[in-house]
Design a protein around this ligand. Sequence first.
Ligand code: DQQ
Length: 722
Amino acid sequence: MFEPSVSVGFLHDGTLSTEQEAAIRWARGVGYDVDDVEFQGADSAREFAAYDVLWWHRDAPLDEEWGSDAGGDAVESALHDGGRLLLSLRGMAAVDAFGVDDVPPNDVGTGSITEPTGVLWKAIHDDHPAVEAFDSLRVPICEHGAVPYARYEGQLPNRGEVLASTVRGEHDLPNQVSVVSWEVGTDGAVIGVGAPLAFDEPTSDHVAHRRDAFAAGLVNALADDGTDHPSRPLDRDDLRTVRRELSDDLRPSAHLTPPANWLNDPNGVVEWNGRYHVFYQYNPGGPFHDAIHWGHAVSDDLVRWEDEPVALTPSPDGPDRDGCWSGCAIDDDGVATILYTGGRDRAQLPCLATADDDDLRTWRKHHDNPIIDEPPSDLDVLETDHWEAEFRDHNVWFEDERWHQVIGTGVTDVGGAVLLYTSEDLRDWRYEGPVLVGESETSGTVWECPEILDLGDADLLHVSNYEDVRYFLGTFADGSFHVDREGLLDHGDFYAPQSMDDGDRYLTWGWLTEARDVSAQWDAGWSGAMSLPRVLDLGSDGRLRQRPAEEVRELRERRLDVPDQLDLDSGDCTDLDVGGRSLELDLTIRLDDADSVSLTVLEAPDGEERTPIRYTRDGRLVLDRTASSVDHRASTDSLEMRVPPYDEPLSLRAFVDGSVVELYANERHCMTGRVYPTRSDSTGVSLSAQGGSATVSSLAGWELGSIWAATDTAAEPTAPRR
Ligand code: DQQ
């Protein structure tokens, strides 16, 4: 550990509060060489440069004008000369005055602490010196008191990398971002700690001990030239490192996931300049949904993918200040253009941006965003606690000499709805009316992420209604959708899909939601995956077909040694001599006189953890999660769907990949579930019949390779801290 012979310049503005005096006493007690240093305008710069670490432990509110006159410029220049700065309590609120970040914390105040409260450290930064003394990501540092704080909530610093959020008692509060790291210039560094780091409050030895070790860790980290001070944005090399470090057994390798942090809906999926681009809802602040940006991954062939830097960031003064929500990409006569939903306060409205480069890395936001100022006034658009009008998500196409756009919404006391707009130039839009309106009891109060696809003999409209992705097959004409048939696109953990017109096919990705709790996601350091790219079209019977894109076969790395055919007697269980966490298994099951057949995956040798996929005589396919994991934070709810009657053999393609089980039944019905086995030997695969005999034919399996070129040299997975 770094030995402290550290000089600390303790900043203040003339008088020291009792809390500041307590902090100085603590720092001297550690052995730091502490001077109290008064801000005195720009002249202070030289004085500041004399210290290893400047510390502003500011408990009083900052008045509005606090800034350069008071000494902000001096701190800024000290930082650019390689200075190090610790900002605690409300101190982080001055990052804009110090030129560190143009987005300061948006939630600053005094909190009443009544139980152990502290930092919820991010798994990706668990090697940071500030937490090396702890074996947990949760570090309480205060128990009682009225303690000032400065946090980001619903927004993120523009350049700072989040190190920690908040833990209060037994509760993880990921949305309360409380510790941030910045690199300034080439050598300067800042750590902002808006968590309750207070030295003048009564506390038990247990918590005081943690607080002291944490505070010393912060000062030492800043003083030590060897410390790496993470900052944003991350470039492609950083992303490769992050992905490598956050690999674990539950992380899919054949499915798209974020490099770290949070992923939800696929967005702006497009083929551009011969490359496939998948953008996605991304929170760089951590594995939780908030402050949504657009993440970006790119592929030449749909097989190998690479992480790209964040593509779209909320603008501090824009209509998307609180999030760049879902949207689509279009080719506007050679200009890559996106439409997305900007969120700000209680409003969500459509925004437009155009690409500045052929790699779709940088986007220029339209000067007159939002491009639609309000939801239609002649419709009673649903208002909820969060939004003055539920009105979001975009699908745009060109037809009959005009651009068409559908937007998701809800109509008060009626149900989810899809609205149609048209435009000549993608900027001025005319409201045409509802395309389809549902009934809230049967299909939900709000429809998100609508999309209309032309499948030839029929049109397909799908919407996500918070629970499921419902699809309607029928005809879209004259602004309305006439429904002939409906169903669910996937019967499991699958949401908000989006499709790309890839010439002669549609490719569709859906967000595979997590089925473990927020704390488990926090510990993993990443959350969310995409389905495999699926091809959606119509079968000869006019019904919907869904298959993985042909390219997915190229992920097959090694053929497994399994019999082509198996006759199963009642009660027989045949262990296939295969294992692994990333497999494709293809088979046809005929029930003969069995009640059911189970393909069990991710099975421990003693069966403690196992995930049976059961095909039953009454025409159901069940993903049985009751024993998938011994981790109580994982869902044990089983998933099921109806499949063709038992007298038709079931042709099943099963992809087992980390925590994903993605099932395609008869190229028609999909069911994807997330499962979280904990044991490293929960990798077995077996087949069994119950209540009679059955036949399995065309059995084949493959080990799947990774889609990430970058993870070929993946570090050994390490046990996550909790
Ligand atoms: N997710 C986005 C919204 C969309 C929802 C926000 C669906 O635009 O309605 O991250 O998951």
